[in-house]
Design a protein around this ligand. Structure first.
Ligand code: AMP
Length: 406
């Protein structure tokens, strides 16, 4: 890696104040109980490394969207308790991330001690990347480590601004791992390399598709976004999701695919649902909707495509079985509703059975794999949905660019 890594600074940690950005944005239930500590445990290797090498570790993170207000609902206090439990050692909690309180706590730290700062997003200055705020954060540390891949696509005070005030800024183990696996896809993927893209929106994925067209051998498109492409091909799509302002973009993408010899595979049949057109929650209406499978690619008016059909599943599985590298982001249908989850789950199972290098870009595809208990069968499941997609667009993430060059 071109950037300084945590291993490179091993001998410099002893007795130093090490300010580390982590992603402790954990899910909480309505009683503020942490429902998954995966994000905390994902940074344990970096945390333990600093402790074992005699650093004084100051951790900082965001949690939820408190929108610049000090709101106890979004306090990281519960995370400090959980982290102490996972580490089997005391974690001191600072009720503020800047000012006197953290300064006093940090000044009293001994080698191997751990302090967790309160939610960075209690200040609007964090997301605004305010230089004064970044400077205050930076004043707490001698060395900076970024292990928060999930926010590396954002130029915030704690991910980017802070690096202007600290001389040595390194990538943590989680960050390094993400960059290694995602980087391999862009640099030297084993061929054939295919990307599987799904989810609701084409607009979110245009930049990724544009970059992938230069790298992959084929792109499988499923989920709601496939209907804009089918519409662009002149198919009838009934009431399916369609971004009418992106039909021309879809046409251009398919043309570029032809020019670059990249196959673009679309669904050839569907599971369709007919819903009550009145007001109400989409998911609730969909759960009760009438549905059927249509073994062709045209959809009648009044019906909406909500999953890929069985012939499409077979077609996509066949492509997957012949691939050596696969990148997957986005569900093939409304997988949250059981009767429309088959397409997504079958793709997950096909990836697990493929023997290919499989990299999954977080978000819904990661949760589908978790439900299938197949996450361990993937080469890598990214911890950052948004960050991994921006990485695949081929631009350097601000939180990575800001780190010190080797
Ligand atoms: P995205 O955030 O764009 O990755 O979209 C994820 C969402 O797309 C999930 O909540 C899915 O339920 C939804 N989705 C997938 N396929 C469809 C479809 N055919 N129609 C409507 N929504 C879909």
């Amino acid at each position: 890696m071109a950037k300084l890594s945590i291993d490179d600074i091993k001998n410099e940690l002893k007795g130093k104040k090490v300010l580390m950005r982590v992603d402790f944005n954990v899910p909480l239930d309505d009683k503020r109980v942490i429902t998954s500590d995966k994000r905390i445990s994902a940074s344990l290797p970096s945390i333990k490394f600093v402790i074992e090498n005699g650093g004084k570790l100051i951790l900082m993170s965001h949690l939820g969207r408190p929108k610049g207000k000090k709101n106890p609902e979004f306090s990281l206090d519960v995370v400090a308790v959980k982290l102490a439990e996972l580490l089997g050692k005391e974690v001191k909690f600072s009720k503020d991330c800047i000012g006197d309180e953290p300064k006093k706590l940090v000044d009293s730290m001994k080698e191997g001690d751990v302090v967790l700062l309160e939610n960075l997003r209690f200040y609007n200055e964090e997301e605004a990347n305010d230089p004064e705020f970044a400077k205050k954060l930076a004043s707490l540390g001698d060395i900076y480590i970024n292990d928060a891949f999930g926010t590396a696509h954002r130029a915030h005070a704690s991910t980017e601004g802070v690096c202007k005030f600290i001389k040595k800024c390194a990538a943590g183990y989680l960050m390094e791992k993400e960059l290694k696996f995602l980087g391999q896809l862009l640099e030297k993927p084993a061929k054939p390399f295919i990307a599987i893209l799904g989810g609701a929106k084409v607009s979110d994925k245009i930049m990724v598709i544009e970059n992938l067209l230069n790298i992959v051998d084929g792109i499988i498109i499923g989920g709601g976004m496939a209907y804009t492409f089918l519409k662009a091909k002149g198919r009838a799509i009934g009431n399916s999701l369609c971004e009418t302002d992106k039909i021309d973009t879809a046409k251009e993408i398919m043309k570029k695919g032809l020019d670059k010899n990249v196959s673009i595979y679309l669904p050839i049949d569907h599971v369709v649902a007919r819903m009550d057109g009145g007001p109400g929650d989409f998911m609730e209406k969909l759960k009760k909707a009438e549905y059927k499978e249509v073994l062709r690619d045209d959809i009648d008016d009044g019906w909406e495509g909500v999953d890929i059909g069985k012939n499409t599943i077979e077609k996509f599985k066949n492509i997957i079985s012949k691939s050596k590298t696969i990148f997957w982001n986005g569900p093939m249908g409304v997988f949250e509703v059981e009767q429309f989850s088959k397409g997504t789950f079958e793709i997950g199972k096909a990836l697990a059975a493929s023997g290919a290098v499989t990299v999954v870009g977080g978000g819904d595809s990661a949760s589908a794999l978790k439900k299938l208990k197949l996450s361990d069968k993937m080469t890598h499941v990214s911890t950052g949905g948004g960050a991994s997609m921006e990485f695949m667009e081929g631009t350097e993430l601000p939180g990575v660019a800001a780190l010190t060059d080797k």
